[in-house]
Write a protein that binds this ligand. Sequence first.
Ligand SMILES: *[C@@H]1O[C@H](CO)[C@@H](O)[C@H](O)[C@H]1NC(C)=O
Ligand SMILES: *[C@@H]1O[C@H](CO)[C@@H](O)[C@H](O)[C@H]1NC(C)=O
Ligand SMILES: *[C@@H]1O[C@H](CO)[C@@H](O)[C@H](O)[C@H]1NC(C)=O
Ligand SMILES: *[C@@H]1O[C@H](CO)[C@@H](O)[C@H](O)[C@H]1NC(C)=O
Ligand SMILES: *[C@@H]1O[C@H](CO)[C@@H](O)[C@H](O)[C@H]1NC(C)=O
Length: 923
Amino acid sequence: VCSVPCFYCWLGINLISLNSRLFAQCCLYNCSSGEKSMVEDDDKIGLYSYKVQSTITSRLANTMIQAKMVNNAKRPQHIVFDVQVPKGAFIDNFTMDVNGITFTSSIREKSEARRMYSQAKAKGKAAGIVRSNALDMENFKTEVNVPPGTRIQFELHYQEMIRRKLSSYEHVISLKPGRLAKHMEVDVRIIEPQGIRYVHVPNSLGDHFNGITTISKGEKKAHISFKPTMAQQRKCPTCSSTAVDGNFVVQYDVNRESTGGELEIFNGYFIHFFAPENLDPLPKNILFVIDVSGSMWGLKMKQTIEAMKAILSELRAADQFSLIDFNHNVRCWRDNLVSATPAQVEDAKKYIQTIHPNGGTNINEALLRATFILNEAQNLGMLDPNSVSMIVLVSDGDPTVGELKLTTIQKNVKQSIKDEFSLFCLGIGFDVDYDFLQRIATDNRGMAQRIFGNQETSAQMKRFYNQVSTPLLKKIQFNYPQESVSDVTQSSFHNYFGGSEIVVAGKVDTANLQHLESVVTATAANAELVMETLRDVEELDGFMKKDKYADPEFTRKLWAYLTVNQMLAERNTAPTAALKRNITKSILQMSLDHHIVTPFTSMLIENSEKDEIMLADQPKDPRRGCCSGLTPNAPDNNKGIPPWANVTAVPVSFMPEQRSPPVLLLTPASFLYISVDNDPHFIIYLPKSQRNICFNINSDPGHILNLISDRSTGVVVNGQLIGAKKEENKKLNTYFGKFGFYFKNKGLKVEIDTETITLKDGSYSIMLSWSDTGHIIRKQLLISVKKESNVTIRVGEEMSFMVLLHRVWKNHPVNVDFLGIYIPPENQFSPEAQGLIGQFTSEPEVYIYNQRPGQTPEKPQATMEVKGNKLTVTRGLQKDYRTNRVFGTDVQCWFVHNSGKGFIDGHYKDYLVSHLYSFLKEP
Ligand SMILES: *[C@@H]1O[C@H](CO)[C@@H](O)[C@H](O)[C@H]1NC(C)=O
Ligand SMILES: *[C@@H]1O[C@H](CO)[C@@H](O)[C@H](O)[C@H]1NC(C)=O
Ligand SMILES: *[C@@H]1O[C@H](CO)[C@@H](O)[C@H](O)[C@H]1NC(C)=O
Ligand SMILES: *[C@@H]1O[C@H](CO)[C@@H](O)[C@H](O)[C@H]1NC(C)=O
Ligand SMILES: *[C@@H]1O[C@H](CO)[C@@H](O)[C@H](O)[C@H]1NC(C)=O
């Protein structure tokens, strides 16, 4: 009867409760005082089970929160189900069971849902659910008034993509049951086809729960279980309140073998996870713009100063920076960017310590000054072309001085940044229009974060900064075969920051496809990178079938998650109302198709008779920033000439194997298939006399042999020996385990071992692994890696080298992985070239005569005259592995004994050098 006053009473928080069989007795609330007279019976509500189950399948987390409660009081009670859902997660299902009556949910277009709800309400049959926002969680709250003895079960499902931050995935589950639960259990299962590197459960619920969590971790699966007993839940042995009140956090990371990223293909969708490591940071140009208006006074400023001092200390020598502080005025510590030398950093720290907050907030002026400084540096050519420029804005309030209109500020900033820099925004506390900060950040390739204005502020600022402090790549472009993929999510990104992960998804037509290939191009600190990844489209099928917890829909859900979040960000910055409407329509369709609650849908909860209806709606307050998912990189709108023209144009015929067959070649002997000897084993083809001459070098593991030392062209090639795991026939075989190439004129060094390929330019280095197919281009030097197979180094048109990888069975008792090198004859070394190979650039005169039977008939002997020496040589076979990497191809040659003595200049020991990049000493 009192539905009307209650309606008004609860309007403030959107809860509407009307008379009905279940939702009676709302009058017990004293609306005029706002007092809840029900509270006295609060402890009569029993929570007999509280369960959270979360399954992460390849970053896609499906979480279920279930509570079973009972009204033990003698009077009707309000039973509240109040849980927190991470911001950006999509609620996809809610069910409720009240004394056997089941309520199920459906997702509807917002206005339709509201209409249906108000119609039902008019008939006096409805209750409400409210969703409201907190910092990084959203509340989902249901209140139901039930008669005594009622049993009620709530179950909420939501899904989210776990983003990688600071080198780990963090899954946060809010655990606030509000009271002791008879049975409480949290189960988190992680299923990661890439393999799980580690799982860590920090003590985020407090020391009280030390040792209660159990973790079992396999190679690709992990299970985390937290089941505190009622006694363990109690705050103290005699307490009736629960100590379970906080976040349950699981951190983990996955294994990564390939720099080109991991392609997962399943059920008609592909997901590409890209998180390369082992790259040198790009230099950055960074402007800190700090709000020092009066509202920052006190703790906020103290914490900001502390954070800034730490952040400044972390700048790298190659970085350039400056500081701007603003209230109603804008002040600069330096009018231009300066290098982050220790002296400048010290000076900046001193400057920031002297700041006393007061006055108003002129955000517009401050941001325009910052972009002016960056633009000027750019125009004067002061910025390293490979560097990344960014502005970091720290503010705690809305503009109060100067330009106040947010849309005008947004337009001004966009115009002056011109898509050249990134803008990152930190909003401190709740006085700031966070939605605005998020809009200007995503509009300008950045991201925003809200942080509390409390003791944690400094730590949170540093954490945010650390996410963007290490740019590793810029201009990242993902390419897939157009004929087999469609609906690809954002595929070009301005920056990749260390510790994060870029995820691209799309639909893939696997009907006529065996493999899916991707090519990623990017600019690294010292090179242009082209990385190829190839995946069998059925590779995951077996794995997914075997695991009963894995979500077979994970690829579809990840794709939908990315697509919807991307459209939400695009909608935020859409220039025209028409486009906005279009995007809204697409988001709505996606939400309905994929059954997820987004800002344009609501959830209706009804019983089967459809005479009880509830509405789950989102708050409308824009200050709370309801709708924008955090997208780390704004889409690249910079259409026009692709910056990759140089890179993608690398013709395949660049590779020497496509040219005339190499004639001068050198290879180490193989392990199993050669009876003669396993030591590094050279085959030299002499074009004039059309003969192959072979020799072995018997030296020790660790020794570095010079192969080419050409001072005129500035080229050095050295090879370092490794030994087998143990002796065989009282002899320890050696192989080439590492090659060093030094191109002195370019200042470039290349190191290749059996694990990685590293290019070094001064203090920079860049690494590819043998498990990637990829290229590095730097100063006209091309390194092209064919996964697990070979590397070609090409220097302009003049020179090329090929290194072949020989993998042996990992557990082989004797053999180890090793390398071979092939040098084509077109290489233009100078006639002065030296080294075990280099000396043969000038072909010696060789006469072979007096062929006679040897010890065995298939190994005849002969006499060879070369360089004034008379040698006995043996006819034999050696292996060339270029066409057949496993068995090799037999090459007939004349074998020179005693480590090539007489055939090579001097003794083989004359070719030992001390470093991988040393020239041979002048003779
Ligand atoms: C409701 O609150 C008002 C104001 O505090 C008070 O005067 C009134 O007595 C209360 N009514 C009941 C039924 O408790
Ligand atoms: C929602 O959850 C209930 C209970 O687990 C289930 O029966 C129902 O099929 C789910 N609905 C959807 C659309 O997933
Ligand atoms: C909106 O979508 C329709 C149909 O998809 C299209 O024809 C129209 O050009 C779009 N309008 C804008 C402004 O993008
Ligand atoms: C691409 O090629 C053009 C013309 O050959 C050259 O000017 C430019 O510097 C090259 N860019 C890169 C990134 O190598
Ligand atoms: C290098 O490896 C690729 C891929 O395995 C292979 O196709 C190519 O023939 C190899 N090149 C040589 C010269 O062995």
